[in-house]
Write a protein that binds this ligand. Structure first.
Ligand SMILES: [Zn+2]
Length: 170
């Protein structure tokens, strides 16, 4: 009987895990997310977002501006979230890097290093990320300044410096 109980338990666990995975893929729509945040949240349609006067694009993905987000930025399946209140504290290259990083998640998946690489290569190609700007990004994600879970780790900087000079597009 004990083994039967364990088997049923495992089945249940499997069911829960599958349910969660399906929910993570579907996720909320930008409208659902914004409604949950409240009247503060703003949905910016693709192509209409600018950061410090510079137009930023992430394909056809909209951006939700959310001052209550517990991080500078986040990526949900199908849209980006940025926290304007926190972004106001960092320099322009860092802001643009955060947007590009979250955009990287849209097209390259959940891996942080891959999103970092996508962002620095985009910055180099588009001309907004100089080697000095990259060092500002590195300072931003250094553990000492890490007031954010998402953006910390010095090893990520090493990878980004390599990626920045890599001619091969990742
Ligand atoms: Zn990330």
């Amino acid at each position: 009987m004990a083994s039967l109980g364990a088997y049923v338990g495992l089945l249940l666990l499997g069911g829960v895990a599958l349910g969660l995975a399906a929910a993570a893929v579907a996720g909320p729509t930008p409208e659902e997310y914004a409604a949950k945040v409240g009247p503060d949240a703003k949905i910016i349609p693709p192509g209409e977002l600018s950061i410090d006067g510079r137009k930023v694009i992430c394909g056809k993905r909209p951006t939700v501006l959310d001052n209550k987000l517990d991080d500078y930025g986040a990526a949900y399946p199908g849209f980006l979230i940025l926290n304007p209140k926190l972004l106001a504290r960092v320099s322009m290259p860092v802001k643009l890097w955060i947007h590009a990083h979250e955009c990287g998640h849209q097209y390259r998946g959940p891996d942080e290093e891959t999103a970092d690489c996508f962002a620095v290569q985009r910055g180099r190609r588009q001309g907004w990320l100089t080697p000095e700007g990259l060092e500002e990004v590195c300072k931003f994600i250094s553990p000492a300044k890490g007031d954010s879970m998402h953006f910390s780790g010095s090893h990520r900087c090493e990878a980004m410096r390599k990626c920045y000079t890599d001619r091969e597009v990742k």
